[in-house]
Design a protein around this ligand. Structure first.
Ligand SMILES: Nc1ncnc2c1ncn2[C@@H]1O[C@H](COP(=O)(O)OP(=O)(O)O)[C@@H](O)[C@H]1O
Ligand SMILES: O=c1ccn([C@@H]2O[C@H](COP(=O)(O)O)[C@@H](O)[C@H]2O)c(=O)[nH]1
Length: 526
């Protein structure tokens, strides 16, 4: 994050340096800033200090408007089962399902071809919404968790490994417009018992692959919603899969419709009695649809699951395709449609006692459970499901990884195989990417930083494969600073005369962007 003071300093220095006027298109330097980045920079620069935020946070703020507010989940009244003598309450049609219905109606009006299905969906959503009855306690738990969650989408796309931070949302939306490579993504499936180390293995594979745009899809995102909106969800899934033209809107509908378990099931989940390990608990149809679209390099909205509340969040993780997709889950090999999509099948096999120990710690620390509850769920559902459904999937595996994430040899073999397969599919390796821009026209929206000896010198450090990490960071930051200063020098300014301490008057210039950047942010927010 750039502080206001740093930005002002950059301004001053940038102004002095750029008085000669850096001109658009000068030189052949590859260091550049696009108009859109410039706009973002403007937006970021002048946020008041109490409201400074990163690009991702800003983007999040904007994206939040697409989805429902957490408040929508908290307005439902107490359940008559837990509060006797209270007349069953019929909520006004302003809840999430009403909104789904509104969206569905919009889709219906815009797409006559699907009006019938959408009409069913809209009606069902409203009816279902009016029947949602939750205990005050359950509501409170969910609200607490979710009220902090709206800013988390970016965090959910970030994976921290031992050595680096990995962004897992896949390609950026503009990937195809900038001549990015499009090869069929390589889809790795990782199956194994709960807490066997699937996610850890996935993270290690991503880290060792060291190629751009690798993403993780977790099977937990696809827990079926068996509550009142289940039928809407099913209908919406049908629309989603059958009508590509409306898939995006419909998926948003689904997300708001597929909310929670019904009251009875939710109570069972709170008592650790609900079976989350049975194949029927997952929406395999939605799962295979999403994986299929990802394999086709298309954008998808992946639901986000909340283990504390046993529900889907009212936000999704947007994925724009990837070069490698890792799909992990306890029943990753269970469904034949899903199995057929996988290019490589990995089974993580870790001792049962280690798994139980890890699960105990994880569920208590991260998923809000207690010792008794975790053991109860383990004995009644987790262990039997492993024996009946998960272990029998092992023969489907191409490679079995004993011990999980600490098995470096197995991870190395997997990574080698993936590299080889990607090359066979025509994926250009890093050295080819480095020259991919040569001979390409420079778009009008691009301003090029002058290719001075200083810039060339910095590039020499940065591009040298033998440059130590610290030096790489140091010189990269210096180059970034030049880019930011150059960008700031492009902002509008007006002439200004100031008095020097010696009593002379100095005719200079001053940026006049405070107002315009603020209004820019406001425009973006609208
Ligand atoms: N090799 C390991 N050593 C110690 N703890 C581990 C190891 N691998 C995983 N864990 C921990 O065990 C828990 C479950 O691991 P995770 O990779 O999330 O498993 P899964 O995805 O199969 O449920 C996590 O809390 C993780 O930090
Ligand atoms: O609401 C929920 C949803 C899932 N679970 C348990 O999670 C594991 C699967 O996740 P892993 O990360 O693979 O361990 C599964 O065994 C479910 O029992 C849950 O407890 N509550």
């Amino acid at each position: 994050m750039v502080t206001k003071r740093e930005i002002k300093k950059h301004h001053r220095e940038g102004l002095q340096q750029s008085k000669g006027g850096a001109r658009r298109g000068e030189g052949a330097a590859t260091t550049c800033i696009s108009r859109s980045s410039r706009a973002q920079l403007v937006g970021q620069t002048y946020l008041p200090s109490s409201r400074q935020c990163s690009d991702t946070e800003l983007a999040l703020e904007l994206s939040e408007q697409v989805f429902l507010d957490d408040d929508d989940y908290t307005r439902a009244p107490a359940s008559p089962t837990t509060v006797p003598n209270v007349r069953p309450y019929r909520p006004p049609s302003t809840g999430p399902c009403a909104r789904s219905a509104r969206i569905a109606t919009t889709i219906m009006l815009a797409n006559p071809a699907v009006k019938q299905q959408c009409l069913c969906f809209g009606v069902e959503s409203k009816t279902a919404g009016s029947n949602i009855l939750k205990s005050p306690r359950a509501r409170r738990v969910r609200t607490t968790s979710m009220s902090q969650s709206n800013k988390r989408t970016a965090a959910e796309s970030i994976l921290h490994s031992d050595r680096r931070t990995i962004y897992t949302a896949g390609r950026p939306p503009w990937y195809n417009c900038t001549g990015g490579q499009e090869v069929e993504p390589f889809l790795i499936g990782i199956c194994g018992a709960s807490a066997s180390g699937k996610t850890t293995v996935a993270a290690k594979i991503i880290e060792s692959l060291n190629i751009p745009w690798v993403t993780i899809v977790s099977m937990d995102s696809f827990y079926k919603v068996v509550g009142p909106c289940a039928r809407s969800a099913r209908i919406a899934t049908t629309i989603l899969l059958a009508n590509p033209a409306v898939k995006q809107q419909c998926l948003h509908c689904c997300v708001s419709a597929w909310r929670v378990l019904n009251e009875k099931q939710h109570q069972a989940a709170m008592r650790n009695e609900y079976n989350f390990d049975h194949p029927d608990a997952f929406d395999m149809e939605l799962l295979s649809g999403v994986l299929q679209r990802l394999k086709e390099g298309k954008k998808v909205e992946v639901p986000i699951y909340n283990y504390v509340t046993h529900s889907r969040e009212n936000r999704t993780k947007t994925m724009y395709g990837a070069n490698v997709i890792i799909f992990e889950g306890i029943l990753a090999f269970y469904n034949s449609d899903v199995l057929n999509l996988l290019d490589m099948k990995v089974f993580v096999d870790t001792d049962a006692d280690i798994r139980l120990a890890r699960r105990l710690r994880r569920d208590i620390v991260q998923r809000g459970r207690d010792l008794e509850g975790v053991l109860k769920q383990y004995m009644t559902h987790v262990k039997p499901a492993y024996q009946s459904y998960i272990a029998p999937c092992m023969p489907h595996a191409d490679i079995i990884v004993p011990r999980g994430g600490e098995n470096h040899v197995a991870i190395h073999l997997i990574v080698q195989h993936v590299h080889k397969q990607l090359q066979l599919r025509g994926f250009k390796v890093r050295e080819k990417l480095a020259v991919a821009h040569v001979g390409q026209p420079v778009p009008d929206s691009l301003y090029l930083l002058k290719d001075t000896p200083q810039v060339q010198g910095l590039h020499t450090f940065i591009r040298n494969k033998d440059t130590p990490r610290d030096e790489f960071i140091f010189y990269s930051k210096r180059l970034m600073r030049l880019v930011i200063e150059f960008a700031l020098s492009l902002l509008p300014y007006s002439e200004r005369t100031v008095a020097t301490p010696q009593g002379f008057s100095y005719k200079g210039i001053s940026h006049n962007t405070y107002g315009s950047s603020t209004s820019h942010i406001k425009r973006l927010k609208k």
